[in-house]
Write a protein that binds this ligand. Sequence first.
Ligand code: ATP
Ligand code: MG
Length: 388
Amino acid sequence: MAKLLETKNLVTNFYTYEGSVKALDNVSISIDHGETFGLVGESGCGKSVTVRSVMRIIQSPGVIEGGEVLYCDDAEHPEQCEDLLIKSEEAMRELRGDRISMIFQEPNAALNPVLTIGEQVAESYMFHRQRSMSRQILADVESGKISFGIFSPLLKWAYRRASENPRAPALRLMSKLPLLKLWGRPMRREAVNRSVGIIERLGISNAAELVTRYPHNLSGGMKQRIVIAIALACNPTLLIADEATSNLDVTIQAQILELLQDLKERRAISSVLLITHDLGVVAETCDRVGVMYAGILCEVADVKTLFNNPVHPYTRALLNSVPRFCVEGELATIEGSVPNLVHPPAGCRFHPRCKAASDICKQEKPKLVDLGNGHSVACHHIDEKIGE
Ligand SMILES: Nc1ncnc2c1ncn2[C@@H]1O[C@H](COP(=O)(O)OP(=O)(O)OP(=O)(O)O)[C@@H](O)[C@H]1O
Ligand SMILES: [Mg+2]
């Protein structure tokens, strides 16, 4: 399978008063076209910082210090990858929400309380598709399908300008003047109509009525679906879901995960990067999984291998700490806690909590070693652990 996204040795630090938090230490993950990739690990291990670094939305005092984020949109031409870390901020704005979309845990933070649902879903589409929409409306005005009366010459000029550069200062000014604001109306109407279609695709029957409501009128599950609708507005290639279903009750969570699976099957999205604490969700939905601990990637494997033959002591401990219905006895926990990343442990960052740690683990960072079939592990004691 061709790669869609690949991070190579990603390093991100936060410069706080306490010192520099080494949040990501050479994280290298890759996601293929058509794949659902799960990223798991305890709280604070760097899952969100990884995807925020990919999207370049790390806020101060965070700094992406090094590495590459290769994005290869065209599966047919894998050589045409672009490094997102060297793209301009303007180019990143075009890419976010268009080719890569992200949904977060808290739908309330993502929705604007003073805009209707329709306006919010339409907004993302309008931002990215103003050029093509303007071209369409201009054609309609010229063929006489739409008429703006005496304002026609002015508005034709505006659409021609918008089809060349939708963010031209003159257009921004026009959008603020009450009468001339009219020029954006047909575009908005078209975008809202499209929103109804997107919301219907998410299995919501009363979409036409829903687009007129405000976020406070909706339940948590419904709001999260709207956030997904906004993320899907431009048919992104990659959808990143950061704990997107953690706040929802299990039935709604199941519905939303099913929905993502369905959208992938219908090719509305190509790949999904799913961040979750829930290993059950990973087992159900992911093709491959990456396990993170304290800013490092310790194991990557396809989902069956990871659950049946985990190699890294941290992955094993994480899997052992999942409650199982048919196993009696006390639930295993991982002793200790995630280290403070201002002073991460030397050598392997997991060694203070690892029962198998030896001297080398305290001194040398283990490299991610490829065991074949896409299974990689960063541990000094791989040979002893395989088949154990
Ligand atoms: N703004 C910030 N300032 C300082 N440190 C930060 C900041 N944001 C994240 N970190 C640190 O980066 C590390 C990784 O955090 P991150 O949010 O990626 O964890 P996570 O794996 O997503 O955890 P959770 O499962 O709780 O969401 C943590 O040690 C955290 O303290
Ligand atoms: Mg997080």
